[in-house]
Design a protein. Structure first.
Length: 326
């Protein structure tokens, strides 16, 4: 589906009043990539925009782009893993704009650890940035959004790595799995509230492969003084991979899904279709229900079976017992 068609569908389906002109959007991780694209999308709808990031230089660039688009802008350079700073941010936003219609908790970092047995400091930083920052943002803003008695939209940025949990970065997977669970619990809490009456809704945003600066930031932090941007960065927004979507395309998909009222917004990309995602998620569930083998997708004993399933099977096939036993 082309970005122009997605944009047309979004208009046809009608976004909730959360996105009406004059309302306020708060976007964390907004200095570049998906956060910047989301902020620009909100500005195009006539919203006020608060952008938050630790990257002061790119944050200023994004603020300039938003002002050029005609938005009223508040730019805050803080580390959202600092709970007190996020609480102060919430006070500032409400003093400035009086309300929030759209909240996107998007801040994150790709670094972590592949092992449960080492790298405690890397684990702690990954959980702080990718998990606790999300909790800080939700607790600082959502209670106030509920008090407004207006239609509001809350989105958290998860990851496919928090669903199928591939080997390679266990710390990041754990954090993003936590974001998924928190957001599911939040939506249950919101729909169960006798006073909310469906006005405030949560959504889990799961991007596919997106051409952002994630790889640049990952290798810069990983390699330190030895970092070479030209040699070490395989793709970025400025040097896009053919397999990835661009940030604006992914945000168009997000807004279209919000207009449809979907909770699980799992985005495809140029390499991975929605059908492939569904089959991989179903296979992961089958690890518990059928195979009793964690991460069997990466176990040589299941290599041929998984390849055959992806080539020919339906998602439900992954949840059916194999011949000869479970």
């Amino acid at each position: 589906m082309t970005p122009s068609l997605l944009a047309a569908l979004t208009v046809a389906l009608k976004l909730p009043d959360s996105f009406s002109a004059g309302r306020t959007a708060v976007v964390t991780g907004a200095a570049a990539g998906l956060g910047r694209a989301a902020a620009l999308k909100c500005a195009s709808l006539g919203m006020n925009v608060c952008i938050v990031d630790i990257d002061e230089g790119n944050l200023a660039t994004t603020a300039g782009m938003l002002r050029d688009a005609g938005a009223e802008v508040l730019a805050s350079c803080i580390d959202v893993s600092d709970r007190a700073k996020v609480q102060e941010l919430s006070d500032t936003v409400y003093e400035r704009f009086g309300e929030v219609g759209f909240l996107l908790s998007n801040a994150g970092a790709g670094t972590g650890s592949p092992s449960a047995l080492r790298d405690y400091e890397a684990w702690a930083r990954s959980l702080d940035v990718n998990l606790y920052s999300c909790l800080h943002v939700l607790q600082a803003f959502v209670p106030r959004m509920l008090e407004q008695n207006t239609t509001c939209t809350v989105v958290t940025s998860g990851s496919k790595q928090g669903i199928t949990t591939p080997p390679g970065n266990l710390a990041y997977n754990t954090a993003k799995a936590g974001v998924k669970v928190i957001t599911e619990g939040l939506q249950h809490e919101l729909r169960s509230s006798a006073t909310n009456e469906g006005r405030v809704r949560a959504h889990l945003f799961v991007p596919g492969f997106v051409n952002t600066n994630l790889a640049y930031n990952y290798f810069k932090e990983l390699k330190g003084d030895a970092f070479d941007a030209e040699a070490d960065v395989p793709w970025s927004e400025e040097k896009p991979s053919k397999g990835g979507w661009m940030p604006a395309q992914t945000i168009d998909y997000l807004f279209d899904a919000i207009a449809q009222g979907r909770f699980y917004i799992i985005c495809p990309d140029n390499d991975v279709t929605s059908e492939m995602d569904a089959k991989r998620v179903a296979w992961a569930a089958g690890d518990m229900l059928v195979r009793d083998t964690p991460l069997s997708r990466w176990d040589p004993a299941f290599k041929e079976e998984f390849a055959a399933y992806m080539a020919d099977g339906a998602p439900s096939d992954a949840l059916s017992p194999r011949e000869g036993g479970a």
